[in-house]
Design a protein around this ligand. Structure first.
Ligand SMILES: C[S@@+](CC[C@H](N)C(=O)[O-])C[C@H]1O[C@@H](n2cnc3c(N)ncnc32)[C@H](O)[C@@H]1O
Length: 309
């Protein structure tokens, strides 16, 4: 049974019908995401670039943090996302402080050395060479300016009251498929990127790396927007023909989430958990930039500062 009619991905990571999906997903985790921005302790009056801003869902949180003297530039390669962001911004108290422009992460439309913070949420999963992209973003920061990358990691996902072996097969099959789907003309995607971000930033030449892990747990009775999110994600795990999964596994998996009469989502012992990562680093203008093939071990140049909440 089709759930939510989600088209899973296009070449820029934003399917044309996905804005509604992004909005619901964001709303379903608004408590944790508000905390993520609070924990950054952004300075009032600072200049933040929201890189890969999509429909501008993080703009209100960022605006709240930087106050009436701060400024935000949202950039994205998707015109549709930018138009939506502009519309959402229209009647807000912070509208004069916000601009949206079409650009790529690698070539930001500002002078180098001008941004206090570059924030980027849920974009790194679509970057084929995240180290190179993060290194290219650094020069746009002021000396000691901060990059903040936020992303998911489906290696942390668990559903209580679903057969653990079925879950393991589904997750492993998706991980295998993600490693090769780019060879079948699909866009690059790494939904396991969250826990790799600290190493990526270090390899890209950032210092003072700080990783915060946000555990997102929901129990029965599920809020409607989180239920919508889980059903969409469940279908996404087995999309594109799920080449490494048996038909029985696909059917059983979908049935867990979508069976109108007997969905596990409605069982009193149901709980879901996953962890999202927010990783920050400071740009040391003098740092050597080197590009590393992330499929090989990256040497630690200095110990990572890890601050779990
Ligand atoms: C999943 S959406 C996330 C949007 C928003 N940051 C959020 O969390 O709601 C990913 C966004 O990244 C944009 N994107 C992907 N690669 C990009 C790149 N290299 N440069 C600029 N935008 C990019 C896509 O167009 C899409 O809007």
């Amino acid at each position: 049974m089709a759930v939510n009619n989600v088209v899973h991905v296009n070449e820029c990571g934003l399917p044309l019908n996905a804005i509604a999906w992004l909005v619901k997903h964001h709303q379903s985790k608004i408590h944790e995401r508000t905390q993520m921005i609070r924990d950054l302790q952004l300075e009032e009056g600072c200049f933040v670039i929201d890189a890969g801003c999509g429909p501008g869902l993080w703009t209100p949180l960022l605006a709240q943090a930087i106050g009436v003297t701060g400024t935000i530039l949202g950039i994205d390669i998707s015109t549709e996302a930018l138009v939506t962001a502009q519309r959402r911004n229209h009647n807000t108290w912070y509208r004069q402080q916000v601009q949206y422009k079409r650009a790529t992460l690698e070539q930001l439309p500002v002078e180098q050395g001008t941004a206090d913070v570059i924030f980027s949420a849920n974009v790194s999963q679509y970057l084929p060479d995240p180290v190179a992209t993060f290194a290219a973003m650094g020069p746009y920061l002021k000396q000691d300016g901060r990059i903040v990358i936020k992303d998911i990691d489906f290696g942390t996902m668990k559903f209580h009251s679903i057969d653990p072996l079925l879950q393991k097969r589904v997750f492993q099959a998706r991980a295998l498929w993600e490693a090769e789907r780019v060879d079948h003309d699909y866009a690059y995607e790494d939904s396991w990127v969250g826990s790799k971000l600290a190493h990526y930033l270090q390899a890209a030449g950032y210092k003072d790396i700080q990783e915060n892990a946000y555990r997102i747990v929901r129990h029965h009775v599920l809020p409607a927007d989180f239920r919508f999110y889980l059903q969409g994600i469940a279908e996404w795990f087995v999309c594109e023909g799920a080449p490494y999964l048996s038909l029985d596994d696909v059917t059983n998996w979908l049935q867990c989430f979508t069976d109108e009469e007997n969905s596990v989502l409605d069982q009193p012992d149901f709980a879901s958990e996953e962890t999202e990562y927010v990783v920050a680093g400071r740009w040391d203008g003098a740092a050597p930039r080197f590009y590393v093939d992330m499929h090989i071990e990256i040497p630690h140049r200095e110990p990572l500062l890890v601050a779990n909440d």
